[in-house]
Design a protein around this ligand. Structure first.
Ligand SMILES: Cc1ncc(COP(=O)(O)O)c(C=O)c1O
Length: 352
């Protein structure tokens, strides 16, 4: 008998009581190899004593101070470390408690940016089919996963969904990889023109699609063309690096591979490595300045923004990722895994 509301009421999950390295142990003593780190979360493994010590140290000093009144040393240090490693132009960090919250903050910042800069008619979000950006209503509305959206559709704002860059299913036989990538990117321009060139607020995409396509990177040159289109029509580029960010593609930010300069980036998962629920929305200096020199107030917020213990844990995690060179190890292991044939487990009916 449990009073927990489980993910699925017809499945009784084992009770996890301990974690060490790649293994989780349940209450019967059975060990599980946690190869995926949950949902791509536990990138340092379980039971890392350094992260636990950093959290304990912070709890002993200060466990909470509301961000309406205070900032804190761990939040400042973590923001500095992220910006020191972020794509050029990214200058500010807004800490939240997970990926969906990071996407909500990104969407609201994009909207407020246009309100403050005199383009309130820009309201449309364009994302891609079969994309997942989180389960809160705004993130779900932006996402293009038909199954996850279906029963909540009456509650969701209208977003456009263009085709993803997914060579396996979409490339024509007589088309080069590059030409396919450009064709998929140009679909953004077509959709912007259909909606009205000055009506679109932002394009939202994952540099490497995680949960809903299965580790699919775009063709080389795709995001360069996307950036060109966004610049041409004054549309913001929001990159969702909640799953692909924080080192697992071989660089701290996945978009570093394409050398693309996003306006807003959402991160989570590997940022806290499961030690704390933490995520962040990062934005460019220009966007921040528009708010800072305008109303001065980003009309958003949650009680646990920039939680000191979450930020202390994330700072310890990020420092460890950087100092131990985990991104280069991911590159090396990725080359080995490339030789393994990937099987797409989604049935074709999911792809629409
Ligand atoms: C790409 C992407 N964005 C957003 C989210 C939502 O993150 P969270 O579950 O932390 O709210 C996820 C979660 O899997 C994700 O993979």
């Amino acid at each position: 008998m449990t009073h927990n509301f489980p993910r699925h009421s017809k499945i009784t999950p084992p009770v996890a009581i301990a974690g060490a390295g790649c293994y989780i142990t349940d209450s019967t003593g059975k060990q599980y190899f946690d190869g995926s780190g949950g949902a791509a979360v536990s990138c340092l493994g379980h039971g890392d004593a350094d992260i636990a010590a950093a959290m304990k140290d912070q709890i002993d000093k200060l466990s909470f101070a509301h961000t309406s009144f205070f900032t804190s040393p761990p939040a400042e240090a973590l923001a500095d470390l992220l910006i020191a490693n972020a794509p050029s132009g990214i200058d500010r960090v807004y800490f939240v408690s997970g990926g969906s919250e990071a996407i909500e903050a990104s969407l609201k910042l994009a909207r407020q940016y246009f309100v403050e800069t005199g383009s309130p008619q820009r309201t449309h979000i364009i994302a891609r089919k079969q994309s997942y950006h989180g389960n809160t209503l705004g993130a779900l509305a932006a996402g293009g996963n038909a199954w996850r959206r279906e029963q909540f559709a009456p509650l969701l704002f209208t977003a456009s969904h263009i085709e993803p860059c997914y060579r396996y299913r979409g490339k024509a036989d007589d088309e080069s990889d590059h030409a396919y990538g450009q064709r998929m990117a140009n679909a953004l321009e077509t959709e912007i023109l259909r909606l009205g060139a000055d009506k679109v607020m932002a394009f939202l995409a994952e540099p490497v699609v995680g949960a809903t396509l299965g580790a699919v990177a775009a063709e080389a040159g795709y995001f360069t063309r996307i950036r060109e289109i966004c610049d041409h029509y004054g549309v913001l580029l929001i990159l969702d690096e909640v799953m692909c960010g924080m080192g697992r593609t071989g660089s701290l930010f996945a978009c570093d591979h394409d050398q693309v300069r996003p306006d807003i980036i959402a991160i989570a998962k590997g940022l806290g490595a499961g030690y704390q629920p933490v995520g962040a929305m990062l934005c460019s200096k220009d966007i921040y300045e528009a708010i800072a020199t305008g109303s001065g107030f980003f009309q958003h917020g949650h009680t646990y923004l920039a939680h000191p213990v979450a930020c202390a844990a994330a700072h310890a995690v990020l420092s460890k990722i950087i100092e131990t060179g985990l991104p280069s190890r991911a590159t090396m292991m990725g080359r080995q895994a490339f030789t393994v044939i990937a099987i797409n487990l989604w049935p074709a009916s999911f792809y629409r």
